[in-house]
Design a protein. Structure first.
Length: 160
């Protein structure tokens, strides 16, 4: 069993929605790891942990991969749903419906891993405040200013 998986998700071409991609790229630099994989097959050859995976969205097929890890961190953007600019929350598996049919929540993914594979890792969600969601691969200055603090919080979690 591999120790840690960090999954960033969001659209890197929609400004702050892609903050997870920027955070995982920084984590890779700080930890001297290869660039984040864009699909689960890209993780197969990696021997060092944590493994970094960037996706547009979570999907049910990830349950099998997630079940292989001891700990998983999910990284995404939020639009002000939380009072904190960076929200770090320990989560457990549970069905949480989404108002969007194309969006799966991390707790639902953990529930699927437990139901299908009898194993769900300990998990954390790190959600960073996004301010602009236009068509660009650059973060807004306000969200860009939050990325280093998010990286630090994830590194603390990885080491803990």
């Amino acid at each position: 069993m591999t120790q840690i998986l960090i999954v960033g998700y969001g659209n890197p071409d929609r400004e702050d929605d892609g903050v997870a991609w920027h955070i995982l790229a920084r984590l890779a630099q700080r930890l001297s790891l290869p660039a984040p994989a864009g699909d689960a097959e890209g993780l197969a050859h990696l021997e060092t942990s944590p493994h970094l995976l960037c996706l547009l969205q979570l999907n049910p097929e990830l349950a099998e991969l997630v079940a292989e890890y001891e700990r998983v961190c999910f990284v995404d953007a939020h639009t002000g749903a939380y009072t904190e600019d960076i929200r770090c929350e320990t989560i457990e598996g549970a069905y949480l419906p989404s108002p969007f049919t194309h969006h799966m929540t991390p707790p639902t993914l953990l529930m699927l891993a437990q139901t299908l594979y009898a194993r769900a890792p300990r998990a954390l969600v790190v959600s960073v405040r996004g301010y602009q969601f236009g068509f660009s691969d650059q973060l807004s200055p306000a969200t860009a200013a939050l990325t280093e603090a998010a990286v630090q919080q994830i590194l603390t979690w990885v080491q803990g």
